[in-house]
Design a protein around this ligand. Structure first.
Ligand code: ZN
Length: 389
C-alpha cells in the first residue's frame, strides 16, 4: 500500500483510450484504477485491485478520462445575448461582434476578467473538463493582450496568443500596420505568457499572407502554431496550417478535397467546434469525411461570448453524434484523446499508467449515455490530478 493512494473500484466500463485490440477507447469491463501522486498507477480487473489508503466505489458506473477542451476564449467581459437573439430571429453571423467584446474587455479591471475566467473554468470542471486551452484575442492592443494571457496563465499551461483575432477598429484602414504591431511589440509582450499562437484566417479577418507572417513570427518566438480556419467559407487556412506544422486547425467547416488530403497526410489535428454551428445556425462540418480519410479529429467548445457560449463538452459530444454523424465512441475519443493530440499532450486524454489522474465518474453505465441522454447532468464526480473536486 502506498501512502496517499486512492482506488477507484467497481468501474462498470473504464475508457482508457489505450487503443488496445483495435478499440480506440480501450474499454475494460469490471475494472479498477489506482491513483498515486496524482497519476494513474495501475488499471486492471476489479478482482485484482490492490489495497489503497482510500477508495471510491464507482458502483458499476462508467469512468472516462477528463475532457480536454482544446479551444476556448475565456478572457473577456460582457455578453452578447442580444446578438444571439437577433441571429435566432434571422440575422446572419459575420464575426463583426468580436469588436463589441473588445471594447468591454479593454474597459474591464483585471479582477473582473479573472473572475470571469474563474467562473467559466469552474463551470467546465463541473461538466468534466480537466484540461482547457485559453486564448487571448479580446484585447487587441499590447497591454490588453499581455494582461489577458497573464490572467489565462493563472488557470492553464495551454495559453494561446490570438492578437490576430480581428483587426481592431482603430487599424481598420491600415491592416498591414496592425500585422506589424502583432508581430512586433504585441508578440514580445505576450510570448512570456503564451505556449501557442493562433490567427483567425478568414474573409473579414486575416488573409493567408498576413496569417503566414504572424504565425512565422510566433514560431520564431518559440510558440506552437494553431489556426482558426475555414469556418465561414472555403479558404487557404487549413492548407497553410498543415504546411506550417500546426498542432491543430480549428473549425474546418468548409473544406475542399485538397484540404482533407492535406490533413490526412499530416500530424495536424482537425478540431471541430459544433457549438459554433449550433449557436450561429450554420451547417455543421462534415466529420465523417474527415474520419473516413484518416484525419485525427478533436472536439472542443469554442467557448466565447459571441458565437458559442457553451462550456459543455458533453453538449458538444451530443451534437457531434446527432448532427455530424460521429459514433458515440468517436465523439468521446475526440473530446478526450483528440483534444490532447490537438494540444500535443501525452499526459492527459487517456487513463493509462503514468497519465495524469484526470477522470470522470458518470452517473451512467456507459459512455454512450453522453449522447443518448443529451442535456442531462451525467458527471457524478471529477478527479483532477487525482483529487476529487
Ligand atoms: Zn475560436
Amino acid at each position: 500500500m502506498t501512502r496517499g493512494s486512492l482506488l477507484v473500484d467497481h468501474i462498470g466500463e473504464l475508457v482508457t483510450n489505450d487503443g488496445r485490440d483495435g478499440d480506440p477507447l480501450g474499454i475494460r469491463r469490471d475494472a479498477a484504477l489506482l491513483v498515486e501522486d496524482g497519476e494513474v498507477a495501475w488499471t486492471g480487473p476489479a478482482r485484482h485491485a490492490p489495497a489503497a489508503d482510500r477508495r471510491i466505489d464507482a458502483g458499476g458506473a462508467a469512468v472516462l478520462p477528463g475532457f480536454v477542451d482544446s479551444h476556448a476564449h475565456l478572457v473577456f467581459a460582457g455578453n452578447r445575448a442580444a446578438e444571439f437573439a437577433a441571429r435566432m430571429a434571422g440575422e446572419r453571423y459575420t464575426g463583426g461582434g468580436i469588436r463589441t467584446t473588445v471594447g468591454a474587455t479593454r474597459a474591464a479591471s483585471d479582477d473582473d476578467l479573472r473572475a470571469t475566467v474563474g467562473r467559466l473554468r469552474a463551470e467546465m470542471l463541473r461538466q468534466g473538463t480537466t484540461t482547457v486551452e485559453i486564448k487571448s484575442g479580446y484585447g487587441l492592443n499590447v497591454a490588453d493582450e499581455a494582461r489577458s494571457l497573464r490572467i489565462a496563465a493563472e488557470f492553464t499551461d495551454d495559453t494561446t496568443f490570438l492578437g490576430a483575432h480581428v483587426v481592431p477598429a482603430e487599424y481598420a484602414d491600415r491592416p498591414d500596420d496592425y500585422v506589424g504591431l502583432v508581430c512586433g511589440p504585441m508578440l514580445a509582450a505576450a510570448a512570456p505568457y503564451a505556449r501557442w499562437i493562433d490567427v483567425f484566417c478568414e474573409r473579414g479577418a486575416f488573409d493567408a499572407d498576413h496569417a503566414r507572417a504572424i504565425l512565422a513570427c510566433g514560431q520564431a518566438a518559440g510558440l506552437g502554431v494553431r489556426l482558426h480556419a475555414n469556418q465561414l467559407g472555403p479558404g487557404p487556412g487549413v492548407r497553410l496550417g498543415v504546411e506550417l506544422g500546426a498542432a491543430s486547425v480549428d473549425h474546418c467547416t468548409h473544406l475542399a478535397d485538397a484540404d482533407v488530403d492535406a490533413l490526412a497526410g499530416s500530424e495536424t489535428v482537425a478540431t471541430l467546434l459544433p457549438g459554433a454551428e449550433f449557436s450561429t445556425r450554420s451547417p455543421y462540418p462534415d466529420a465523417r469525411r474527415l474520419l473516413d480519410a484518416g484525419v485525427t479529429v478533436a472536439l472542443a467548445t469554442d467557448c466565447n461570448p459571441g458565437s458559442s457560449y457553451t462550456s459543455s463538452m458533453p453538449f458538444c459530444v451530443a451534437l457531434a453524434v446527432r448532427e455530424m454523424r460521429m459514433t458515440p465512441a468517436e465523439a468521446v475519443w475526440a473530446a478526450t484523446a483528440g483534444g490532447a493530440a490537438a494540444l500535443r499532450r501525452t499526459d492527459v486524454g487517456r487513463l493509462t499508467p503514468g497519465a495524469r489522474a484526470d477522470l470522470i465518474i458518470l452517473d451512467a453505465p456507459s459512455h454512450l449515455h453522453l449522447a443518448y441522454r443529451p442535456g442531462v447532468p451525467l458527471i457524478r464526480q471529477v478527479l483532477h490530478n487525482g483529487v476529487p473536486r
